[in-house]
Design a protein around this ligand. Structure first.
Ligand SMILES: Nc1ncnc2c1ncn2[C@@H]1O[C@H](COP(=O)(O)OP(=O)(O)OP(=O)(O)O)[C@@H](O)[C@H]1O
Length: 409
């Protein structure tokens, strides 16, 4: 199997140039470079005694960069490795391979003062607001604790005032009343707001939000998302938003990274990825999001029977999506699709070498022009296309019928 060339373009949600060794205001705050996370498979019975030890490839060779004031969404179906990325970034787990960088500096072992400082800069918000708060403690206790652990010494009155200010920041008012409540007296949305206030207490630079609204009533999701969006765009935090829901990623995030079976398959500015997706899996995710106005769909046209997600203990060769892909070609079983920079105006999805046939329409949405491989706009780029890795002849042979190039569905 040939490994495709990896670009390292400077774009939201994608790794920056490899140069940084110190903080840079324009560089990413937190960056993961080519991280993998594998879990050993526990064998039972006689299987465990023979053959090589198997591992679950939860995440493979993922690079992601989080910038101040920007929201990066990681989108994918259940089991694609989204939470694993968040756990590695939060340092709840070590990567099997790859490197984390905070403010341009490699992150060391998770111990001592440096690790505490890391936790002061990178905070995580979990999916389940019911499990993440201790039922016996008041809201004030939950928020005052990180203030005490990470901040300077304060008097009791100062701590109390800061707790109230944080509750106001997350719109839990009257703050005095909320400070006295215990988790069981709060709704799911209110609990998630307390979790956010608790994360903010350490004045982090990065918030990792793992499906922060998926367990909340639909009616209150938007309020919590708007709160998080304000923290990113108004308060300048770098935000990672993990979700199944590509529609919310489009609404909420600046850039979207699409994950499938442990790998990122596509990424770029949210509008470009969601309006003109280049990878069939992204198309299917978009097609499966509810949209009454949509007439045809890739899933409906050719992929009604997509089958099961792959076994990550034995992931498919080449493009991991190929066994389920309605557009798969023979080459897809051999090679991963290439990554390449492309213009991000929303009018064209991608072009690898600048001469790929049909490149302007790689998103299948009637892109209006082919784009050179170096056509980054405003530092933002959009990469990934599935079929451009085909040998040239195969590409020529297929481009007339291939729905990704014709826009036909
Ligand atoms: N501790 C573990 N041991 C073994 N396998 C694991 C472990 N944690 C996760 N996995 C596997 O790694 C893969 C990715 O899991 P992960 O939870 O990151 O996916 P996800 O995209 O966040 O899914 P969901 O949206 O359902 O939370 C899955 O196949 C999962 O079963």
């Amino acid at each position: 199997m040939t490994t495709p060339e990896r670009n390292t373009p400077q774009l939201d949600g994608q790794p920056g140039t490899a140069s940084g060794t110190g903080p840079s205001p324009s560089g990413p705050v937190l960056e993961a470079r080519d991280i993998s996370r594998h879990y050993p498979v526990r064998h039972t019975g006689r299987d465990g005694l023979i053959g090589p030890r198997r591992v679950v490839h939860a995440v493979d060779d993922v690079s992601i960069a989080l910038h101040r004031g920007r929201i990066t969404a990681v989108v994918g179906e259940s089991g694609s490795g989204k939470s694993t990325i968040a756990r590695v970034l939060a340092r709840l787990e070590a990567p099997t391979k790859g490197e984390l960088r905070l403010d341009g500096r490699p992150v060391g072992k998770p111990r001592g003062r440096a690790f505490r400082d890391y936790l002061g800069q990178v905070q995580m918000i979990f999916q389940d607001p019911f499990a993440s708060l201790n039922p016996i403690h008041t809201v004030e206790h939950h928020i005052a604790r990180p203030l005490r652990l990470h901040g300077p010494r304060r008097t009791k009155a100062e701590l109390h005032d800061e707790v109230l200010a944080l509750l106001e920041r997350v719109s839990l008012t009257p703050a005095e009343q909320f400070a006295r409540k215990r988790p069981h007296e709060l709704s799911g949305g209110q609990r998630q707001r307390v979790s956010i206030a608790r994360a903010l207490a350490v004045r982090p630079e990065v918030i990792l939000a793992d499906e922060p609204v998926s367990m909340l009533d639909v009616s209150i999701r938007l309020g919590v998302l708007n709160l998080l969006q304000g923290l990113g765009h108004d308060d300048g935090l770098a935000l990672l938003y993990i979700t199944h829901d590509i529609a919310s990623a489009r609404y909420f995030a600046d850039s979207v990274q699409v994950m499938y079976a442990g790998r990122l398959v596509e990424g770029g500015p949210a509008e470009a990825v969601t309006q003109e997706p280049a990878h069939p899996y992204t198309r299917l995710l978009i097609d499966s999001a509810p949209d009454p106005d949509r007439r045809g769909s890739l899933a409906g046209a050719r992929g009604e029977r997509l089958g099961e997600a792959p076994d990550l203990a034995d992931p498919p060769t080449g493009c991991r999506f190929h066994p389920r892909c309605p557009l798969a070609m023979p080459v897809c079983a051999e090679k991963e699709p290439p990554k390449f920079p492309a213009k991000a105006t929303g009018s064209a999805a991608a072009a690898g070498t600048g001469s790929a046939p049909g490149a302007g329409a790689a998103g299948g949405a009637g892109g209006t022009g082919a784009v050179g491989g170096t056509g980054a706009v405003g530092g933002e780029e959009h990469w990934a296309a599935c079929w451009l890795h085909a040998p040239e002849q195969e590409r020529h042979d297929q481009q007339d019928q291939h729905p990704m190039t014709t826009g036909r569905r």
